[in-house]
Design a protein around this ligand. Structure first.
Ligand SMILES: Cc1cc2nc3c(=O)[nH]c(=O)nc-3n(C[C@H](O)[C@H](O)[C@H](O)COP(=O)(O)OP(=O)(O)OC[C@H]3O[C@@H](n4cnc5c(N)ncnc54)[C@H](O)[C@@H]3O)c2cc1C
Length: 428
């Protein structure tokens, strides 16, 4: 197979070869046949974004591709903070540190890690330009940049947090909640679907209501404005929890503007007259779309990236793949399924480098655990399979993949086992 040579302005091929261990082929015990293969001749797969989708793809490409591929993971941050379980930071059950992961295990496997971001993609010449001035060519490019927000007028995330990307935002919301006064109010807004983690906002409303009123006894009001016509998932479960906590739920409510200084917003229900609401703590989760690089590279159709669900290759550009929250297959935007898509994609990419077709019948799995208090959780899982007649991923009957009948302490314990396995499979 003909592969492109690396074209890097500042990054020498020698150091790249060394990073892959090819500078010391004998020492690391490569088979004799591989000792004559320079890294520059190997297929180069670049993965952009080190979240649940991208980190999994890079790990499995290197594990399954072994010494036959070069894998480069480009991620600006040295550490990744998991949004999964981050609502438990708000009630003190978790710390940001305990949800923070590095890329050392990837590096140990031979993945080249570059802590910078991709600023542009040249689809014709198959190169990416990095914000640090370097440029690389690729044989296959996997994009996993997560989500970008559509902020309404007046929304300053530094004053009115969304806390929908974890880390600084989560801490900001926690600080504001910690100083919420007795008799105060918490208002949370939910964007139109599809958004990252369907049950996540309902989970947050319950966790916060429990913390404010059952733990701290503040007698605070909790209001949820949902742009959707009803709870998007586990409707009966969350409706019962909202009733238990006395959470006011207003569906079909679209946020039209935010006053970040005054902690107030305007919204309209079913397109009716605008109304105003203010809060002691305002938590606005904006509408969402694919990561910015998808738009910059012209790989979007509407808000998301259209892909072939057999291999996640963009339908708008060959040799570019999109996985995780940015993909537009209709599958949920969640970390567990992003990890699942990454394996389907990694397998298909490695097959394609050998001239093989992708698996004709891929399946993926989604799972979300939702704490609803400091001791109970609920869960939801779903399996998707490729339907050859529609060319789409479709939900396998929910009969065998149900959701929890009710929140329980057992689910709460299981949640940490599930999350630990997912974290380890992605970053370990
Ligand atoms: C409160 C909450 C609870 C959740 N609970 C669950 C749950 O129970 N189960 C579940 O499955 N999911 C859950 N999720 C959803 C899950 O966190 C996301 O769906 C998942 O993180 C998406 O993974 P991703 O890899 O697509 O994107 P991300 O994890 O956002 O990773 C994207 C990465 O790409 C990088 N990046 C972006 N642009 C560039 C660029 N140009 N160059 C280089 N790098 C770039 C970013 O720095 C980032 O690290 C939850 C989310 C929240 C907010």
């Amino acid at each position: 197979m003909k592969t492109k040579t690396l074209s890097t302005a500042n990054f020498s091929r020698r150091s790249f070869l060394k990073s892959l261990g090819f500078g010391a082929a004998t020492a690391i015990g490569l088979p004799a046949v591989m000792q004559n293969v320079s890294a520059a001749e190997l297929p180069h797969i670049i993965v952009v974004g080190g979240g649940f989708a991208g980190a999994t793809a890079a790990k499995y490409l290197q594990m399954w591709g072994g010494i036959g591929v070069q894998v480069t993971l480009i991620e600006p941050n040295e550490n990744y903070v998991s949004p999964i379980l981050s609502n438990l930071v708000l009630n003190g059950q978790k710390t940001i540190d305990s949800l923070t992961f590095g890329y050392q295990d990837h590096q140990n496997r031979g993945v080249r890690i570059l802590h910078t971001s991709v600023s542009s993609i040249d689809k014709n010449n198959q190169t990416v330009a990095l914000s640090n001035g370097q440029a690389f060519s690729y044989d296959r490019l996997i994009l996993a940049p997560g989500i970008e927000f559509d902020f309404v007028a007046g929304h300053d995330e530094n004053k009115v947090p969304h806390a929908w990307k974890a880390g600084v935002q989560t801490n900001l919301l926690k600080t504001q909640l910690d100083s919420l006064p007795a008799g105060g109010s918490f208002v949370l807004t939910i964007p139109a679907a599809p958004y990252r983690c369907p049950p996540g906002p309902y989970e947050r409303a319950c966790v916060v209501a429990d913390q404010l009123n059952n733990v701290r006894g503040l007698g605070a009001s909790v209001t949820v404005l949902d742009e959707n016509p009803n709870f998007t998932v586990e409707a009966e479960t969350f409706a019962a929890q909202f009733a238990r906590y006395g959470i006011a739920y207003i569906p079909n409510a679209r946020v039209t503007s935010v006053n970040s200084e005054a902690k107030s917003l305007t919204y309209s229900v079913n397109g009716g007259a605008e109304q105003m609401l203010s809060a002691s703590v305002l938590n606005v989760i904006p509408n969402q779309k694919a990561g910015q690089i998808i738009f910059d590279a012209g790989l979007n159709s509407g808000n998301w990236a259209p892909v072939n669900p057999l291999n996640y290759e963009s339908t708008l550009a060959s040799n570019i793949y999109v996985i995780g929250d940015s993909q537009g297959t209709g599958q949920p935007k969640a970390g567990h399924i992003g990890n699942s898509e990454a394996k389907v994609c990694a397998d298909a990419v490695l097959r394609s480098l050998s001239g093989l077709a992708p698996d004709p019948a891929p399946k993926t799995n989604s799972a979300c655990y939702s704490p609803v208090s400091r001791t109970e959780a609920t869960w939801l899982t779903a399996v998707y399979e490729f339907n050859a007649s529609t060319g789409q991923m479709q939900l396998v009957s929910t009969e065998n993949y149900p959701y929890a009948s009710a929140p329980s302490t057992r689910n709460y314990g299981d949640m940490f086992n599930w999350a630990g396995n997912l974290f380890d499979d992605t970053f370990g």
